[in-house]
Ligand binder design. Structure first.
Ligand code: HEM
Ligand code: HEM
Ligand SMILES: [Fe+2]
Length: 454
């Protein structure tokens, strides 16, 4: 860590892991509901409340992680301190406040809104002000900095576009079709568009640090990835327009372009692995490297392959809105963005605190149990989803009868989720063992590349 102001990232990372824990708790609440064990809390936390809380917490902990990553990366890449740490602190506390109020509000039915974006209008305005403050700080730092690297520019572009795309989600329509139509500008163009820039930027930064490969080589890949993302992802939005009342031409446009989307994720995976193999040096922080490479490969599996599995209109006709979607949603979000945030935290914590907890095995166990658990959850959801499609949509069984038939799959789902949660608990133990950032973390951590080639 070269600049003191990078330490502000810690607050965002801490919020991020705390909200991840809450998200998991709400996952279990739904899982218990699926199995019928929810009598004692159902009145206060019905399934729809738990679901909204679960998915919105996901978005908030990821955004918190992205902001932390930006506060850590941008000063270092532009070679100057963040322009204002006090303002960044205010931005942090107000962000946390909006998050907490939103979550509490779901439980009192204060508001309803669009899936994944269920916060009420007054809070929306606060979010806008908050994000503008955040972007202002990042852009000013970048502008006043000594250099503007491709990595920093891509990351910042991703953040700016993500903020702009939040706006169409705030417009209200009477028509269900129009409402859905614009909701996807946010939800789809985020995860299959501009968030991929954020991902590319953070991965590039981590790979530069962890593999020692030249920046020029790593940043060349970024252009390719951005190109693939935009060529496929923008018109790929059409895969959400098949059956919502939008014009028919979306069947063909959405089908073709969304089928190309996995290429961007494949690019990301090839990128990470070839840089890893090319790297002549090894950084001692192997845990951060695991999460980085894990992110690249799991995002290809969850977003690329499992997205492809239901993206063609002829398949989506049957699977739309079933647990097949939930299967893909879990592995894609986890692989691409969850693991990305955990990779960034794993890299930054030793730098900020001067401690080298990556030398013990807890981090490795956390990595493997969390990921094996998530793969188990995905598999259970896949089995449940396919059975649901078959029973409900091919055999014509009533919705709730079909749900009853498949509830058995949630036993495996919850067993796997327990393994996943165990891994996350270990990860968080490490996080808190690192303690808080210190003023002068030992430079040893920074400069301790081990040469492997000679
Ligand atoms: C990291 C990237 C991705 C993430 C985080 C992600 C996540 C999700 C989530 C959460 C949903 C459910 C949304 C909702 O119903 O509100 C969804 C739906 C969908 N995703 Fe993805 N996805 C990603 C990439 C992809 C890719 C690359 C493809 C195609 C190749 C794809 C294909 C689909 C399709 C077709 C649906 C609609 C399912 C339905 O009709 O119910 N996704 N995705
Ligand atoms: C470990 C404990 C977890 C459990 C037990 C769990 C369980 C569930 C359940 C039961 C649903 C509702 C599915 C339905 O509609 O019936 C759901 C939705 C969802 N969860 Fe989780 N989850 C967990 C963790 C996570 C994590 C870590 C992520 C992301 C990184 C995640 C992302 C999602 C998403 C995106 C949806 C919405 C999917 C859709 O729109 O179809 N969950 N979860
Ligand atoms: Fe999409």
């Amino acid at each position: 860590m070269k600049y003191q102001s990078q330490k502000i990232a810690y607050l965002f990372f801490a919020l991020s892991v705390l909200l991840l824990v809450l998200q998991i708790i709400y996952g279990f609440i739904m899982g218990l509901g699926r199995l019928g064990y929810d009598e004692w809390f159902h009145d206060f936390i019905p399934f729809n409340t738990a679901r909204a809380t679960h998915t919105n917490l996901l978005v908030v902990w990821l955004l918190s992680g992205f902001m932390g990553a930006a506060y850590y990366i941008i000063p270092e890449e532009s070679q100057r301190e963040l322009v204002s740490v006090p303002l960044a602190k205010i931005q942090f506390y107000s962000f946390a406040l909006v998050g907490v109020v939103a979550v509490v509000g779901y439980h009192f039915n204060w508001w309803e809104g669009r899936k994944f974006l269920e916060i009420p209008r007054p809070l929306d305005y606060l979010v806008v002000i908050n994000v503008l403050t955040f972007l202002g700080l990042i852009l000013a730092t970048l502008y006043k900095g000594k250099q503007r690297t491709t990595t920093a520019m891509v990351l910042t572009m991703g953040l700016v576009f993500a903020a702009l795309l939040y706006l169409p989600g705030m417009v209200w329509f009477e028509s269900q079709t129009l409402d859905s139509y614009f909701r996807w500008w946010v939800v789809h163009l985020w995860v299959e568009g501009v968030w991929e820039l954020i991902m590319g930027g953070i991965l590039a930064y981590l790979l530069i640090k962890l593999t020692g490969v030249d920046r020029e080589v790593i940043e060349k890949w970024l252009y390719v990835i951005i190109g693939l993302t935009f060529i496929s992802g923008i018109l790929g939005t059409g895969h959400h327009y098949y059956f919502i009342g939008a014009p028919r031409y979306w069947l063909i446009i959405g089908g073709i372009f969304s089928a190309l989307e996995p290429l961007a994720f494949l690019g990301m995976a090839l990128f990470a692995f070839s840089m890893y193999r090319k790297g002549g040096k090894k950084h001692p922080n192997t845990i951060a490297l695991y999460w980085t490479l894990g992110c690249a490969i799991t995002s290809f599996a969850g977003a690329g392959l499992l997205g492809m599995a239901h993206t063609l209109p002829s398949v989506n006709l049957w699977t739309h809105g079933t647990l097949v979607t939930a299967m893909h949603g879990h592995l894609a979000f986890w692989g691409a963005y969850g693991m990305l945030v955990l990779a960034m935290i794993s890299y930054a914590m030793p730098m900020m605190t001067g401690r080298k907890l990556y030398q013990n095995s807890r981090g490795q166990i956390a990595f493997w149990t969390a990921n094996i658990g998530m793969i188990g959850m995905t598999t259970a959801l896949a089995a449940a989803g396919v059975a649901q499609v078959y029973l409900e949509r091919r055999m014509g069984m009533e919705f709730m009868d079909a749900q009853n038939e498949i509830s058995v799959h949630f036993l495996i789902m919850l067993a796997s989720a327990s393994l996943f949660a165990f891994g996350i608990v270990l990860y968080i133990i490490d996080f808190f063992k690192y303690g808080r950032p210190v003023d002068t973390p030992s430079q040893q951590v920074e400069d301790s590349f081990i040469a492997v080639s000679e």
